[in-house]
Write a protein that binds this ligand. Sequence first.
Ligand code: HEM
Ligand code: HEM
Length: 468
Amino acid sequence: MSDTGYNYRVVRGFAFSALFWLVIGLVVGLWIAFEMFNPALNLTPWLSFGRLRVVHTNGLGLGFGLAAIFAATYYMLQRLTRTPIAFPRLAQAHLYLFNTVIALGALSLFAGMNTTREYGELEWPIDIGVVTFWVMFAINVFGTLIKRQEKQMYISLWYIIAMTVAIAILYIVNNLEIPISLFKSYTIYSGANDANVEWWYGHNVVGFIFTVPILAMFYYFLPKVSNLPIYSHRLSIVSFWSLNFAYLWTGAHHLMLSPLPEWLQTVAMGFSLFMIAPSWGSVVNGYYTLNGNWDQMRTNYLVKFFIAGITFYGLQTLQGPLQGLRTLSAFFHYTDWVPGHVHMGTMGWVTMIISASFYYMIPRIYDREIYSVKLANIHFWLMMVGQIVWTSAMWIAGIQQGAMWKATNPDGSLMYNFLDTVASLYPYYQLRFGAGVVFFIGILVFAWNLVMTVRQEQEPGKASPSIL
Ligand code: HEM
Ligand code: HEM
């Protein structure tokens, strides 16, 4: 509890849980990236790419992503409503249950228990845990909003509400399944319906974890760190509603040229193109907020993180709609281009914004200065270089891979067999691994900087962090 009455204990708990899961998830990511050009390392099922890939995606999406979102949400919610968390004990129980569920989830995936639905791989007993901690979180979000002292609802609160409601619906609908034992269940959907539900979920769970709450942080923390009001509240509200409306129609762009009805694919294509508008509404809002104050990119280390982050979001939301077009999907789908797209978002946008939000929050909730601005700058550049090399390597690999798969001889036979195409990608996989190591070192610097911030002695009279 702080002197303002706000509860920061749970914020701290989630923030350091996020750091923990980030490091674990990245170590697994590095291992699978290494296995891609050293396939002999698939020594046992426990160390196989198939099992570890889902530990990586769940560890980072659910472990790191959600923990960071919970930390930032509990912080923003209290500040924006000027009200302490409605049920602090429930929030603390949420923290413990969350970490237990994520640890059990990781272990179960490691052991090969997997529903085989992408991003919904956890088996039914773990799903019940996820739904339970989500309900605990939702009770606190809505409980605090109902009790709020500040009537005005800032845009970040709308994004938090959208995430809370959308994830609950998506997770439950996608995970309707019939258990046949403690560790195995089958989905209630079948055939094309199954694929459609899976990608309606898969696309939106990414959107409502890796976009919506990250935008909540962007809209809250950018004005805080730059000391400038957001350029346009109206634009932020228009972007918010149009983003939520359009997002839920786009899932079928993952299923282009599949047995899904063609009209549904075309609707998804149309809404994907439309998504450029609300996404860029936020990008433009961010850029215009800095209008006339661009020198802060040089003088304010946190502004740099936020502007780089929103720029990668802008690029990602141009690339996404294009690769969702039927003709481009025919070329890029199944290639390494797609992990390139994914990691510009996760490494360049999500991790960048979460890092900066933590640099702002942690010193404040511990009431001390950041340990080292210099280390934060080193962290920034290592992440930046790591991400750009990682993603560029995969885009080039994806183009080569797609072209090789489709190349034909004059008699119409395929020019390359599948193994040729895999072997030709090894140099790109090696480059990706190297870039991943650079990114990972950046994250270790980040973790060290935060741990040292907490551990250092507070000097009297130096309570305000040097962010400007
Ligand atoms: C306007 C916004 C966006 C659109 C229209 C879009 C579109 C797409 C499309 C069409 C694919 C499928 C590619 C394929 O398999 O052929 C895809 C994959 C993916 N996108 Fe985006 N994207 C957008 C923004 C984002 C953002 C901001 C993120 C955040 C990190 C993201 C994360 C992902 C992920 C994780 C996948 C991989 C899904 C899988 O496992 O196959 N996307 N996106
Ligand atoms: C050191 C940094 C990282 C490395 C080396 C790494 C490595 C990998 C590898 C090798 C894959 C499998 C690609 C494939 O199947 O061909 C993958 C997939 C994925 N990773 Fe990472 N990753 C890193 C960072 C991250 C971060 C920070 C996040 C999220 C916050 C993330 C989320 C994902 C997701 C969602 C996928 C699935 C993509 C898809 O289905 O297309 N990764 N990663």
